[in-house]
Design a protein around this ligand. Structure first.
Ligand SMILES: Cc1cc2nc3c(=O)[nH]c(=O)nc-3n(C[C@H](O)[C@H](O)[C@H](O)COP(=O)(O)O)c2cc1C
Length: 399
């Protein structure tokens, strides 16, 4: 199942340079399973043609208030979410005063679905008190304002005013489409990725964790209304929109960040593959290749983050989902970890199974509950599994 299957998105494109980016956005929405209706303002059609959106969405594009009677009422009524991207200064001002002179503004005035507004304009237009006052009005109406971002703008200028990237708009749409959740208002801490332990000033010991599972869980927790802190080791670059991110490298750094964040947390999701071993004494200088024949490394165990935060988590009533990557006796080892380290759920995956574990897009999880019950979650993408795991956390929290 794709994340937006069966959902209807109304995309309103107004007349700014960034209108072309909305074609990419409509494509992403279609790929995610949404059905997409597009309204183009008159000015938008000077930047990008209706045919582009019709080709991508497979649906007729709407441009005129007088084209079909009641289109301005019907389009908004059937949408689950409305996205205005790019939102020009002109359309924003019209929305702020309840204008209805064209199809875009009339539809927005009549709509009851959640509205996401993604402004894009020259910095001076954005900073003008009139635009700022209009944005304040939109916020008061309950619209979600996403962006603008800072960076290079048209005509060689730079500053605040860029349309945010389609990835960030997709994340906000996902959040708007999420129904009411147990995560609303909770503080969620997610650890992700590997940690490194230095062998010498230029080399390190680490593991194959990509961070995908943890990042997916962090994004899904945010979509459900959680306030999410992601503590991440060096992982693949991927979207962290909406998350508060703490980047760390070593197990000690992750441990310190974790202890500080747990003071206020309600839920901990521990997916990080924290390095188990550390070099006993790190040399000050790079180990030379010459003369390294027979070189041995003396290792000792690194910190056990779950064990060391057990009493704090128990004292503060923090619901904990841990991950266990095993190569043998997976379920038994998972159960044992759950008891020793004080967790409520353990997601066990087997490292040597195809399509599961590190460095792959998919995973297969056996979910061990504190009651001893084991549920097999079928092979799925890490994004899909993240949502399933959060469903399990929600029901376990209610038990
Ligand atoms: C080349 C060009 C680029 C423009 N880019 C923007 C822009 O990025 N953001 C903006 O708010 N207005 C921009 N404008 C001004 C709008 O196109 C103009 O205000 C128009 O009336 C907006 O109409 P609409 O809001 O109905 O789409 C641009 C105008 C031109 C001629």
């Amino acid at each position: 199942m794709r994340p937006f299957d069966g959902r209807r998105v109304l995309l309103v494109v107004s007349g700014g340079i960034a209108a072309y980016k909305s074609a990419f956005l409509s494509r992403r929405l279609i790929q995610a399973g949404a059905s997409v209706d597009v309204i183009l303002t008159e000015a938008a059609q000077r930047f990008v043609g209706a045919e582009t959106f019709e080709g991508i969405t497979g649906r007729q594009v709407h441009t005129k208030l007088w084209q079909t009677a009641m289109a301005h009422l019907d389009l908004g009524k059937s949408a689950d979410v409305i996205v205005v991207a790019p939102a020009t200064a002109d359309l924003i001002s019209s929305m702020a005063v309840g204008g209805a002179k064209d199809l875009a503004s009339a539809t927005l005035l009549a709509a009851e679905a959640p509205v996401i507004v993604c402004p894009a304009m020259n910095t001076r237009m954005w900073k003008h008190p009139a635009t700022q006052a209009n944005i304040c009005s939109l916020l008061k109406f309950g619209y979600d304002i996403v962006g603008p971002a800072e960076g290079p703008l048209a005509e060689g200028e730079s500053g605040v005013g860029r349309l945010v990237e389609p990835e960030e708009i997709m994340a906000s749409i996902g959040k708007a489409l999420e129904s009411h959740s147990r995560f609303e208002g909770l503080k969620v801490v997610v650890t992700a990725g590997p940690t490194r332990s230095s062998l010498d000033p230029v080399r390190f010991l680490s593991n194959r964790s990509s961070g995908r599972m943890g990042y997916s869980l962090a994004r899904a927790s945010w979509r459900r209304g959680g306030s999410v802190t992601l503590i991440t080791g060096p992982a693949m670059p991927t979207s962290t929109f909406g998350l508060s991110v703490i980047e760390v490298e070593t197990a000690q750094e992750m441990q310190e960040a974790l202890k500080a964040e747990l003071a206020e947390a309600d839920v901990l999701i521990m997916t990080a593959a924290v390095a188990d071993f550390e070099v006993v004494r790190m040399p000050d200088a790079k180990i030379k290749k010459e003369g390294s024949e027979g070189l041995t490394l003396s290792l000792h165990p690194g910190p056990d983050l779950l064990l060391e935060t057990k009493s704090l988590r128990e004292k503060n009533g923090i619901f904990t989902l841990g991950f266990a990557l095993e190569t043998e006796d997976a379920i038994e080892n998972g159960r044992d970890k759950m008891e020793r380290k004080g967790m409520q759920l353990v997601a066990v995956n087997v490292a040597n199974e195809p399509g599961a574990g590190f460095e792959v897009e998919t995973n297969r999880i056996s979910l061990v509950h504190s009651s001893g019950k084991v549920e097999e979650l079928p092979l799925a993408t890490k994004e899909e599994l993240a949502d399933q795991l959060l469903d399990h956390i929600e029901s376990a929290m209610d038990e």
